[in-house]
Write a protein that binds this ligand. Structure first.
Ligand code: MLT
Length: 273
């Protein structure tokens, strides 16, 4: 069972989040332009092992649509403030998917003493190229002029493995609903955060906690080579590549994803209660 919650941040916006129960905490940070509903299969299946906390980043889901630009520092601090507000026991495990991974790197740089392990999924360490930055600006302009649905139309076919996009209509429509619910402010703010995020490559060698890297074999947004490079550079890393999954392995192959997380939690000494 999960509850929908809201809390007032000091900065005067209301942040929404989903929470499960009193166990070691797993923080799940969603990607772009998504929200905590990305994590439904994890909120359902991992709650026997951990207290799952899945915020909606500012501008996304049920969190307030405050105007950007955002930064990954801001997004990491929003998550840190939420965990502080909830007074969770430390250390905890942090999992970020794609943009959530960019935030997880920043979270680790800021709060490493509180982190027991990291799960990096469908993400990369490097910063945007000049071309990538220009594309962020083009997409922000598209969101401003044509609304969030135009962004969804552009991104949706690339979010899933081609086979899943063609065959799993229910998943496609679920995802469309999640993406369309993001505010224009959230889309534009997050695009700025991703465009200007720091390069985390130098952080990889400094990660002194165990890391699980999970990547979809058919990810069309971030190639699996990025995950392999991170696995080589992080001292204590294990890589799980999930077949028949694209950019959202936790949704496309939830059992394989959750099994990899449960094995990792076991490695960290966190067992089912
Ligand atoms: C995401 O899925 O969070 C974004 O697509 C990542 C990115 O565009 O770099």
């Amino acid at each position: 069972m999960t509850d929908n919650n809201h809390y007032h941040d000091d900065e005067d916006f209301i942040m929404a989040f989903q929470d499960s129960c009193d166990k070691p905490t797993l923080l799940l940070i969603h990607g772009f332009p998504l929200n905590s509903n990305l994590w439904v299969p994890q909120l359902d299946d991992l709650a026997n092992f951990v207290r799952v906390i899945a915020p909606d980043l500012r501008g996304h889901g049920q969190s307030d649509a405050i105007a950007g630009p955002y930064t990954v520092e801001m997004l990491a601090d929003d998550c840190g403030d939420l965990l502080g507000h909830l007074n969770v026991a430390t250390p905890f495990v942090v999992c970020g998917l794609s943009m959530g991974g960019y935030v997880a790197f920043e979270f680790f740089r800021r709060y490493s003493e509180h982190v027991a392990g990291l799960i990096l999924t469908a993400t990369r360490a490097g910063a945007d190229t000049a071309e990538g930055k220009a594309n962020r600006d083009k997409m922000a302009e598209m969101a401003k002029r044509r609304g969030v649905t135009a962004v969804t139309e552009t991104m949706l076919p690339k979010m899933l493995a081609p086979k899943n996009y063609e065959n799993d209509e229910e998943l496609v429509e679920f995802l469309r609903g999640v993406m369309d619910s993001t505010s224009v402010e959230g889309v534009m703010g997050a695009l700025a955060a991703m465009r200007d995020r720091p390069d985390s490559t130098a952080t990889l060698a400094d990660i002194d906690v165990p890391v699980l890297i999970i990547h979809g074999a058919d990810d069309q947004i971030i190639p699996v080579a990025e995950a392999e490079a991170m696995a080589q550079a992080i001292p204590d890393a294990r890589l799980v590549v999930i077949p028949n999954a694209g950019h959202l392995p936790n949704l496309e192959q939830p059992d394989a994803f959750n099994d990899a997380v449960i094995d990792f939690l076991d490695y960290l000494g966190i067992d089912e209660e």
